[in-house]
Design a protein around this ligand. Structure first.
Ligand code: SF4
Length: 280
């Protein structure tokens, strides 16, 4: 595996408690000094067009760090593309003004938001939960389209158990969504995404304390004691980072954190998602 992208965890806190979110939360934020060390030490090593994720928890709990990250990367002369992953609940007029002047930042909403059509670059992670019925899912997507949705990433809830009846309904949801999307100018981001494990991103992930890991999988509830094999080093010593581990190291963390049933359900919903995406 190659680093490819950089995920910066600005905070481990989140005021939302979305159903089926597999993350664990802690009262920890990144300092401005750690953020600067991460971007200065790792940014230039990401290649010509770095992809940097500003991540949490809820990164908009730290709006000053969001602005600092984007400004610092400009100062460093890196032609980076940013993703700001947020629920949107803390996005205010001041941050919106900042984002309108920074088209290099794509705001990736975790739920539908009135800001979807009001910022230069937005996208929606459209999560489908077990038991959700196709008409309700269609209503949600129609409402996001009315708000200005132009780019979407479909995600069935991962790492939870799905019954056979719920999987059947998920297939109905995908069939209905495919009919709704046909002929519309909507970018489906799943088509350009790949990772060694579902949902999480391969690549350098800097935790709030400056430790560097091989994936943001370390944010999963209960991952802490099992994260050792994914640890690559610290932003204070960027030249001494270990190479990326094999995908089996990521799979071992999943097995330690989730039940066999939840992992089997994840494999099955991921297969359904792949079939849906390729049929679009
Ligand atoms: S999905 Fe995002 S917004 Fe929701 S609880 Fe998890 S981290 Fe917070």
């Amino acid at each position: 595996m190659r680093p490819g992208a950089l995920t910066v965890v600005l905070t481990r806190r989140c005021p939302s408690r979305c159903g089926f979110c597999p993350q664990g939360f802690e009262p920890r934020d990144m300092s401005a000094a750690t953020l600067a060390a991460a971007l200065r030490g790792l940014g230039p090593r990401l290649g010509r067009k770095p992809r940097i994720k500003l991540f949490g928890g809820e990164p908009l709990l730290k709006p000053g760090l969001v602005r600092r990250a984007v400004g610092l990367v400009r100062e460093l002369g890196l032609a980076a593309d940013f993703e700001l992953g947020t629920s949107g609940c803390l996005l205010d007029a001041r941050m919106a003004r900042f984002l309108r002047e920074r088209p290099e930042v794509e705001v990736v909403f975790g739920r539908s938001s009135p800001w979807l059509g009001r910022l230069p670059r937005t996208s929606l992670n459209f999560v489908i939960a077990p038991g959700e019925r196709a008409p309700a899912v269609l209503r949600r997507l129609r409402s996001a389209l009315a708000l200005g949705l132009r780019s979407v990433n479909f995600l069935p809830a991962y790492f939870v158990t799905w019954s056979e009846a719920e999987l059947t309904e998920l297939r109905r949801c995908f069939a209905a969504l495919a009919r709704l999307l046909r002929g519309r100018p909507i970018a489906v981001k799943n088509l350009s995404r790949w990772g060694a494990v579902p949902l999480y991103n391969d690549g350098w992930c800097v935790d709030t304390d400056g430790r560097v890991y091989a994936s943001n999988l370390i944010l999963v509830r209960g991952a802490g004691p099992h994260a050792g094999p994914l640890r690559l080093g610290h932003v204070r010593r960027p030249a001494r980072l270990r190479p990326m581990p094999r995908p089996t190291a990521l799979e071992a963390v999943l097995r330690a954190c989730f039940s066999a049933e939840a992992l089997e359900s994840t494999r099955r919903v991921d297969a359904e998602l792949t079939e849906f995406i390729h049929a679009l």
